[in-house]
Design a protein around this ligand. Structure first.
Ligand SMILES: [Ca+2]
Ligand SMILES: [Ca+2]
Length: 315
């Protein structure tokens, strides 16, 4: 498998596209062919609260109600994800990468298909390659989607989100040198994004983030300046120097790494920060000036980790 894939992607060919799909996990939306929910509860905002029929290993049906942002750590040395579950316990899930060479790998997360759960992905800058896995809880497959996207340079940083509010997250890239975003609405390889715009200053210290800052179901981009603790967020796929939202994290540290999730009760995504020195997540519940709202202490025992936020379905 490894040799085959390596051959296909040697020379950074941007035209190859592989769909290496494994069977989907047996999660079905309400009203699908496999089951119906009578007396459907009141309508809820798409992508925030979703009702689904889920079959367990004994083919029993239960109903899940909510997608929840979970704190997690990607451990590249062990190719594992440490997830904080719904009761605060840390659980480890192995993730097999296509490439096992000593190259840079950057994690991203999202619902890659309508039936995904706890999707995770990885970007290999040296190859421009995205490897997406629909469900970290489902073992036994390396990836569900594999494709090359973006210009043939290594300076791009990956992001992911539901840019068109159709319930499916797709990938994007940010070029910090030129303050440029490229966003894709489909899982397919290309050299250019469907959406392309410049946002923010050209500054090496800004970190790209993506979230639904206003709760309308559409993910949009933002930038975080770790040195100053400044966040600049957009609510539309538009460029410019002035953001829709700008705020300062009062007690931020320059070494904190930002992630995005729905941490508060306001129905919007906001920022959290990973402090590798103290192994703590610092959560901010709103997108406005202020200090950290909650601190979560981790005890992974791992040194070389990358913080991520994973959307999970929980009953
Ligand atoms: Ca989408
Ligand atoms: Ca939005």
């Amino acid at each position: 498998m490894f040799k085959k894939i390596k051959k296909l992607f040697s020379g950074r060919s941007r035209k190859k596209e592989i769909s290496d799909a494994e069977p989907e996990s047996e999660i079905n939306k309400a009203g699908s062919e496999t089951g119906k929910i009578e007396n459907t509860p009141e309508p809820v905002a798409r992508d925030k609260v979703r009702t689904a029929l889920v079959f367990d290993t004994k083919r029993r049906i239960f109903i899940t109600k909510r997608k929840t942002s979970r704190l997690a750590l990607w451990c590249p040395d062990k190719q594992q994800i440490i997830l904080v579950d719904e009761v605060g316990e840390q659980k480890t899930f192995p993730v097999t990468l296509v490439f096992k060479e000593d190259e840079t790998v950057i994690p991203i997360t999202g619902y890659w298909t309508e039936n995904s759960e706890a999707g995770v992905g990885f970007y290999f800058p040296a190859r421009g390659l995205f490897q997406l896995k629909n469900n970290i809880f489902q073992q036994g497959c390396e990836s569900d989607l594999l494709f090359i996207f973006g210009p043939d340079t290594e300076q791009w940083q990956p992001i992911a989100g539901d840019w068109d509010a159709d319930g499916i997250a797709t990938i994007g890239l940010y070029d910090k040198e030129n303050a440029k975003f490229l966003l894709q609405n489909e899982h397919k390889g290309a050299e250019l994004g469907e959406l392309e715009f410049h946002f923010g200053p050209r500054n090496y210290s800004w970190i790209p983030v993506a979230g639904d800052w206003n709760g309308d179901g559409r993910t949009t981009v933002g930038l975080y300046d770790a040195e100053e603790g400044i966040a600049m967020l957009q609510n539309a796929h538009e460029g410019g120097e002035q953001p829709d939202i700008r705020f300062v994290i009062a007690d931020s540290q320059s070494h904190w790494q930002p992630i995005v999730g729905e941490w508060g009760d306001g129905g919007v995504d906001s920022l959290a920060f990973w402090d590798a020195e103290t192994e703590q997540f610092h959560l901010r519940y709103s997108n406005e000036n202020g200090a950290i709202d909650q601190v979560i202490q981790m005890a992974s025992g791992e040194k070389n980790v990358v913080p991520i936020s994973i959307l999970c379905l929980f009953a």
